[in-house]
Design a protein around this ligand. Sequence first.
Ligand SMILES: C[S@@+](CC[C@H](N)C(=O)[O-])C[C@H]1O[C@@H](n2cnc3c(N)ncnc32)[C@H](O)[C@@H]1O
Length: 496
Amino acid sequence: MSVDQEGAPGFLMAALLITSVFFKSVELKPFLLPFSLQKSYDLFDRAEFYWTKTRNMKSKHGRTGRRRKEKSENGSSAAAVSKSHEDAYKQLCKWLKERGFQDDLLRPVEFPDTGRGLATTRFIQPGELLISLPVKCLLTTDTVLQSHLGEYIKSWSPPISPLLALCVFLVTERHAEDRSLWKPYLALLPETYTCPVYWEDEVLAFLPEPVKQKAVEQKAEVQEFYASSLPFFKALQPLFHEDIDDILTYDALRWAWCSVNTRTVYMKHTQKDCFSSQKDIYALAPFLDLLNHSPRVQVDAAFNAKSQCYEIRSNVGCKRYDQVFICYGPHDNQRLLLEYGFVAANNPHRSVYVTKEILLLFVPCKDKQLAKKLSLLDEHGFIENLTFGADGPSWRLLTAAKLLCLGTEEFTYWKKVLLGAIVSESNESRALQLVRKVCFHLLAETADILKEISLFRRTNKTFVNHPSLVEALRLDEMKILQTSADTLKNLHPVSP
Ligand SMILES: C[S@@+](CC[C@H](N)C(=O)[O-])C[C@H]1O[C@@H](n2cnc3c(N)ncnc32)[C@H](O)[C@@H]1O
């Protein structure tokens, strides 16, 4: 586990993060496993989400009062609205029932803070099975191969990826409307997504540097995904009366890509010859994919080969009517925004990233050992993932600063520094000074960007959602930096 996400004094945080070691999903491309559900950790967060009834609570004190105050501070005092009476949800329930899934425990609800999610209808015991979705309800590459697309995929060379197969299936089934067997599910998928692949370039420009680059790359990746798939799309023309170019458009493929990226659960399938070597690990899980993320919950989730169901078990209980959450992974807010298009309030994994370029603004360029120091940092993996976190500067950031601040005569101790040893009080002091300067620089930069975003929002009324998302991220980063600045004020150099 990287020590990076823990602030220097954050040993409590280390305990909280222990679970992240077991996230097999981290080896994989993040978008494959939004739910990180190989062995996932879901949770129920009882503290944050309320039904209308909780708004009537009188006490302002104690835990309930505090929660209520936090909620109103977050502007989330509006009521949650049940969706289960709506026709589209009734259709979905009927469709699921025909496939062997019946559920009395969870209900779709529109929550003021998180949007649509699932709430319980009764108290849930810790360890209780929360959902058990039969394989018949899952949309996988097997589903695609059994459809009219199957023979086209099997005869196409070079083989397409499992991801493309799922995306084409989603687009063509959505196009089929009433003729699709999956209509009740497709009808409830979002029409659009808030992920940065949908963002205008002007809004992307407001993102902090590391995530901005990733978002630009992701946009390019989706464009390339579309361009390289065109010959295969053309081959599907015999299946449609309409021009295939009007069905499998860039917009449609981007929508499908985001549907897979933000909604699939991990399910390993045996590799099939008709697909490329890209891992086949996705399953779209109707109804189950209405579960929102909380970084503070824990669950076990996996496909149960015995029951032939995708199961999620809660490790903690959940009060009646509360929203049920799962955990998509121990992601910071930049990652949540990039992969899922939202920012989580009070995310314990939140971080502000410090790039090499920013560090270099405050390191004396006349230091003759600077090039060597940078290459040592690079070699030992200390150039990436330098962060300020919820508890202050990370150990990795402080360590990188200490190495950069070694005096000429101290340079031979660089290894000791990387192992966490204290070389001298003056080195400690210079490193703290460097980190303080970086923190104040980022604070000033973030404040400037926030002003720019605010101006942009006033003058560009057409871009509604995306600027407010980047603003939420920047505001969160501002809080982290302010806490870090306070922490740094109280940190004093330690003698060896
Ligand atoms: C698997 S879906 C969950 C259900 C989704 N809310 C819906 O209405 O279909 C994942 C998406 O839900 C939203 N989401 C999940 N957790 C959230 C949270 N804690 N706050 C806000 N949005 C969240 C994000 O848009 C994310 O891409």
